[in-house]
Design a protein around this ligand. Structure first.
Ligand SMILES: [Zn+2]
Length: 115
């Protein structure tokens, strides 16, 4: 049922053909992305990029073949609660607006320290 061919990671380390601990992970990212629609792909890439932090968008662009601009757009949309995106009709029709961003300073600093 995978209609899309799975993108091959193009990050420098995977291309080096040396043992690399994240190679399987990069492949799994692309495998997963091949099952998603376009907005979902950029949201997942954006999520991963944000998790990695500095250089994350560039790396995710290399892994997924998505344009860095597309990933940046995904980040913006995620931060906006996926409120105004075309493929974002995940919320039930007429089901009201997404809850305003809830910020928990304690949790956020915990996440920061966890890196
Ligand atoms: Zn890779």
């Amino acid at each position: 049922m995978s209609s899309l061919p799975v993108h091959r990671c193009e990050c420098a380390r995977c291309r080096a053909h040396k043992p690399y601990s994240d190679r399987a992970y990069h492949h799994h990212i692309n495998l997963f992305l091949s099952c998603l629609n376009e907005p979902q792909r950029r949201w997942f890439a954006a999520l991963e990029a944000m998790r990695i932090g500095h250089g994350g968008k560039q790396l995710l662009a290399e892994i997924t073949g998505l344009a860095p601009m597309t990933i940046r757009r995904g980040c913006r949309e995620l931060k906006a609660g996926l409120a105004s995106c075309p493929g974002g009709s995940l919320h039930a029709p007429g089901g009201g607006r997404p809850v305003a961003e809830v910020r928990d300073p304690e949790l956020e600093s915990a996440v920061e320290h966890h890196r």
